[in-house]
Design a protein around this ligand. Sequence first.
Ligand code: ZN
Length: 187
Amino acid sequence: MKFCSDCGQPVERRIPPGDNLPRAVCTACGAVHYENPRVVVGCVPEWQGRILLCSRAIMPRRGYWTTPAGFLENGESLQAAAAREALEEAEARVEIGSLLAVTHVLHAAQVHVMFRGRLLDGRFGVGAESLESGLYEESAIPWDDIAFPSITFALRSFFEDRSAEWERCTTTISSGQFATESSLNRH
Ligand code: ZN
């Protein structure tokens, strides 16, 4: 942020009284503009043992594969957002299940939250933000061409749990190109 969204004047980064981190503070009206991580939410949609993947039609990582996921909107629950993204990106109606994986993407100031999901009728298509989509067996997942480390992490967690016949939520921290897998929250 360079300019105040309240009055349009320049902001400067300084620590406001009583705070302990630098903030964007308006040089004219004094408004403090807090910048906090954004939430990306999605699901791993399953249908008869196979997983629905889409290849991205948009940057970043155009042409690489992902499960449906996107930014949480104001006034929306995590589950509603995950279902909406599946509809938008893969034209799939999905029942959202248990919480699967949380990745703290520190360098991008994002939190990625992934759920399990189940296709309601097995139907899917290609949404505006996708080049193609398809259902993949575990052995056919294009691991080298997955768009983001958080998606790889969620898919690996999904298959690990499915073969162990339990459903956990696993947390990890990604501070660079690659996720550091640490199982902080296994239960
Ligand atoms: Zn201002």
